[in-house]
Design a protein around this ligand. Structure first.
Ligand code: PEP
Length: 255
């Protein structure tokens, strides 16, 4: 059974005061059961958000981690440090990391392995640009992004990982992939894993990300291979995010 997941990527937003208000709103409204809920605050706030969410059903993750475990890497945060302060997950290969910070497919693969080595569940983000979609190479691009990680980590590593399909043209643009567009790529991703291991393909949870809001979540979650969402902007308001979680609850698990 694939339990739905709703993840909130706060990006570089928030303050101690805003985070406390947001987490209090989530903790009050979330309940237990239903969708798995994870929030991804900026690194400097992870420890405090872990404390604020303690005892609730809200898990906490990092938005990024260093390729290296320890050493002279000024400004970096290791997977072990995220784990040490209570994070359970980490985003790997978010398109903003790939495009704004030049993370190559090889770097993303190393980060995926580093995350698992530290005991974190990596959420591998993949997706095509608008030019790539218009050129009809979406599947080629997504397969190449997956290949890079599978080549280093092995297919079996995805038993302890999540994949987020995030078309770059839909992130923060207000332009969401249609449910059919999302479903087509999600089915492709599931098929990619099923080809190597049918059970893994059945069990892998694939989240959709790209301008998910309370108003479009239910129809996206209604698609057979969409197991939840990675939400950016709409995760910064407790009531909006909770409504997305409710939409995931009502769809329930699959597989
Ligand atoms: C994201 O940050 O991964 C994202 C999908 O953002 P938004 O929901 O704002 O498009």
């Amino acid at each position: 059974m694939r339990r739905p997941i709703v993840a909130g990527n706060w990006k570089m937003h928030g303050s101690r005061e805003e985070n406390a208000r947001l987490v209090a709103g989530l903790v009050d409204g979330i309940g237990h059961g239903g969708a798995e809920v994870i929030v991804f605050p900026p690194a400097v706030y992870v420890a405090e958000v872990v404390r604020l969410a303690a005892g609730s059903a809200v898990a906490v993750g990092g938005q990024n981690l260093c390729t290296e475990a320890v050493g002279a890497y000024t400004g970096e945060t290791s997977g072990a440090m995220l784990r040490d302060v209570g994070a359970s997950h980490v985003l790997v290969g978010h398109s903003e990391r790939r495009t704004l910070y030049g993370e190559s497919e090889a770097t993303v693969a190393v980060k995926f392995v580093a995350a698992q080595a530290a005991g974190l569940v990596p959420v591998l983000c993949v997706g095509e640009s608008l030019e790539e979609r218009e050129a009809g190479v979406t599947e080629t691009v997504v397969a190449r992004q997956l290949d890079a990680v599978v080549a280093l980590a092995g297919l079996g590593a995805f038993v302890q990982a999540l994949v987020a399909y995030e078309p770059v043209w839909a992130i923060g643009t207000g332009r969401t992939a249609s449910p059919d567009q999302a479903q087509a790529v999600h089915a492709f991703i599931r098929g990619y894993f099923s080809a190597g291991d049918a059970t893994l393909g059945d069990q892998l949870r694939v989240l959709y990300g790209g301008s998910v809001k309370a108003s479009n979540a239910a129809e996206l979650f209604g698609m057979a291979d969409v197991d939840g969402a990675l939400v950016g902007g709409a995760s910064l308001k407790a009531d909006e995010f909770l409504r997305i979680c409710d939409a995931a609850h009502s769809v329930g698990g699959r597989g």
